[in-house]
Design a protein around this ligand. Sequence first.
Ligand code: SF4
Ligand code: SF4
Length: 382
Amino acid sequence: MIYKQYGKTELNVSAVGFGGMRFDTARSQAENADLIHYAFDQGITWFDTAPGYCSDQSEDIFGRAIKKLAPRREDFFISTKAMPADFPTAVNTRAAVAKSLRRLQTDYIDFFYVWCIRSWPEYELAMKPGGMYEGLLQCREEGLIRHIAVSTHLRGERVEQLLSKNEFEGVLLGVNLLNFLYRWKGVEAAARMGLGVAAMNPLAGGIIPSHEKELAFLGTEGQTPTEAALRFCLSCPQITVTLNGFTTKDHIDTACRAADRAKPLTNEEITRIRSHVTEKMDRLCTGCQYCMDKCPRQIPIASFMQFYNNKILAGKSDQEMSKDLDFQKKWGFLVDRKAEAEDCIRCGRCEMACTQHLDIIHRLEEIADWERAVKESKPDPR
Ligand code: SF4
Ligand code: SF4
């Protein structure tokens, strides 16, 4: 395992971080807690969670694991988060911290994130007098949290502006081998300012492992696209810790192997990948699900957007997309849908919530066209 210094702190953290958003909730909490113990035994010392992850079980699972690891509490780091819109005042932020502490079964949280800043008003809400940031400063003063960091989906220049006042000790950014050309300004700004940088989505929310054929160009000699993507984040000097959403021991082993062999990509490899990566690859749905409880028409937005990824990655024609859509609706992941793409009333709530700033409404219009093409190609059964 590689260990890296986290920003200006004196903490050395494992380059592989355990992202607690992909536990298999069909398993018991005790089984999932064992997965955390396994990761710790492999040298992983960074554990990231949040309220709401895995049907709101993630913090509790970590709590079980931490209870058992209590004698080694100084040997690992735990991070969790709260969103300014949910906790807009210092008082309720303190309550959020207290709740996380209870669930995590620990006396202190190493890194607490102002979570998921997607727009400037969200940042301003967190920083207003009497707001979340003030609450976190008080919690740090009391020893309930040790470091204040921020997680953001803003674009590069805005990330630089967000960090410029020196309010945070670290930042969590979505960066990977597919989108780095379009996200790099933020990573570089954070590293230049001496902040710890955590990378989320190193495998683009599962897009890279599930599209290895279309993304074969990411692979390097002897490495699959998935291994190359892990290697990219783990070996990058500007990135301190790479969060991986683990479900199985096998996932942990793969990430640890990648860390053991990680050496930075060569200039030739970067140039070759650069020639294949287009701006469209910064516009893929990562399946984060942040849009899912927003739709008044119950459209399965994340499923439709992940379906749309195929158009971007495989460059399929309208005819091919119509055919695939028909198949997915009858037999695939769209079978249980409660609404169609054409049911969209363009209220815009999903786009406000989307971490990747996707033009969801426009994409749904395209999908509705594919739906119509399927209907028109079939004879009326009456
Ligand atoms: S814009 Fe359409 S898909 Fe998005 S939340 Fe509104 S109705 Fe749902
Ligand atoms: S549409 Fe946006 S918010 Fe919804 S799952 Fe995809 S990336 Fe996440």
